[in-house]
Design a binder for this molecule. Structure first.
Ligand code: FAD
Length: 392
């Protein structure tokens, strides 16, 4: 089969790109390894930046999030020195988050794409992207029935995440990989429990970090830092709630609303960026381009931004014969990616202390305390925080 653009992956990046190309009359197909039901129920991100909402609005893709997304603009830090709140909606650029579960966004994007005549091949795994240094690349696939297939195109968009076929297909030595393991592991939880505070909660505790993020009025996401290598099912529900209550300082600020833990996953905090994001006729976007640790909630937002930039560049090239946008794509996106990496790295160091009791760890823990004091007391530091926390 042949088309103009083959898009690998039906996540936020692939589906925004598909919709924008479709709107401009460009022929494309989305190849997705998973079943439809899986991508529509996979709970991951939830905090959409103001710029992400503007992009979705610009292209008529924001109906669902306007209907049921909730505007959010406060975070609360709980530390041994007390607690403080930042109403970031009134700081920095005055921007807010919209809380809208990623699986709902994916469902909206998919529904719109299919309704406007788009094609998604589910249960179809891209195996390799070939001939990327020509203007007739192709993608080999394993189709739903297990048979091999092949798509030819003018361009291929690798939106298939960090472990996808696009990354695997890059010739050795053609890109540079920047990788950082932050040495921190989280147990990510979804609980059938109403939020316990009307803010994002960040607990800085000597036993490790704990985080609280509302998803809906009945579902709350929690993170609790654990030892590297901890299996996801190692902690009983009781231990999880006891540990969360302890770190969130429930005795001082009120106990958490407990509920059934309906999903758990272990997340090693890592960053991973490829450079450049283009190899001939193959372009990378979203997590395939750069993985940002979930600490600052940037991944889905970058995915949407990069998809819009790539769509504009592809339309310029395929419709107007202007390839300037494609030539600039990698440098443009990398500037955003590194900005997000920098902020996420800063957040990781703010929220997690080094373990051990030697002089180095006490030095770093004191630095962290000083950073938190600065964030609590300095208006210019708060403005800086707000600008980068909610921006991409
Ligand atoms: P994905 O959403 O991963 O989509 C890639 C798609 O490609 C998948 O559907 C996959 O099945 C498919 N695929 C993979 N390989 C192949 C193949 N070979 N062939 C065909 N298809 C393939 N980000 C935020 O901005 N805010 C948050 O609050 C936030 N919280 C998070 C919490 C957790 C626990 C996690 C894990 C992530 C979080 N993120 C958050 C990050 C965010 O979810 C990702 O950055 C985002 O999903 C990236 O979108 P994407 O389209 O690039 O990739």
């Amino acid at each position: 089969s042949a088309t103009d653009v083959v898009i690998l992956g039906a996540g936020p990046a692939g589906l925004v790109l598909g919709n924008l190309l479709q709107n401009s009359g460009i022929d494309c197909v989305v190849l997705e390894r998973a079943e439809r039901a899986h991508i529509q129920t996979r709970a991951r991100a939830g905090f959409l930046a103001a710029n992400t909402v503007r992009i979705l609005e610009r292209h008529g893709l924001a109906e669902g999030l306007h209907r049921s997304g909730r505007v959010h603009s406060t975070c609360e830090f709980r530390t041994a020195d007390g607690r403080f709140r930042l109403d970031y909606g009134g700081l920095g650029r005055g921007e807010r988050h919209t809380v809208y579960p990623q699986q709902q966004l994916v469902t909206d994007l998919l529904t719109r794409f299919l309704a406007s005549g788009g094609r998604v091949d589910f249960a179809t795994e891209a195996v390799a992207v070939l001939d990327t240094d020509t203007d007739r690349p192709s993608v080999t696939v394993r189709e739903a029935d297990g048979h091999p297939g092949r798509w030819a195109a003018r361009y291929v968009a690798g939106c298939d995440g960090r472990h996808g076929a696009a990354r695997r297909s890059l010739p050795a030595g053609s890109v540079r990989r920047h990788h950082c393991d932050h040495g921190v592991t989280w147990l990510g939880l979804l609980a059938e429990a109403p939020p316990s505070l009307d803010a994002v909660g960040y607990a800085v505790h000597e036993r490790g970090f704990a985080g609280h993020m509302a998803r809906t009025s009945e579902i709350t996401r929690y993170y609790v830092q654990c030892e590297r290598g901890t299996p996801a099912d190692a902690w009983s529900e009781e231990r999880i709630w006891d540990e969360l209550d302890l770190r969130m300082r429930g005795t001082e600020y009120g106990p958490l609303h407990r509920g059934r833990v309906v999903e758990r996953a272990v997340v090693d905090l890592e960053s991973d960026v490829l450079e450049p994001l283009r190899h001939g006729s193959l372009f990378l976007a979203g997590d395939a381009a750069g993985l940002v640790s979930p600490c600052a909630a940037k991944g889905a937002n970058l995915a949407v931004l990069e998809a819009e930039i790539l769509a504009g560049a592809l339309v310029d090239d395929l419709v107007h014969g202007d390839s300037e946008g494609l030539d600039a794509y990698s440098a443009r996106c990398l500037a955003y990616i590194w900005r997000a990496q920098e902020f996420s790295h800063w957040m990781i160091r703010l929220l997690h202390g080094p373990s051990g009791s030697d002089g180095t760890s006490s030095f770093h823990n004191s630095l962290r305390r000083s950073r938190l004091t600065s964030l609590r007391t300095s208006r210019s530091h708060q403005d800086w925080f707000a600008e980068h926390y909610v921006g991409v």
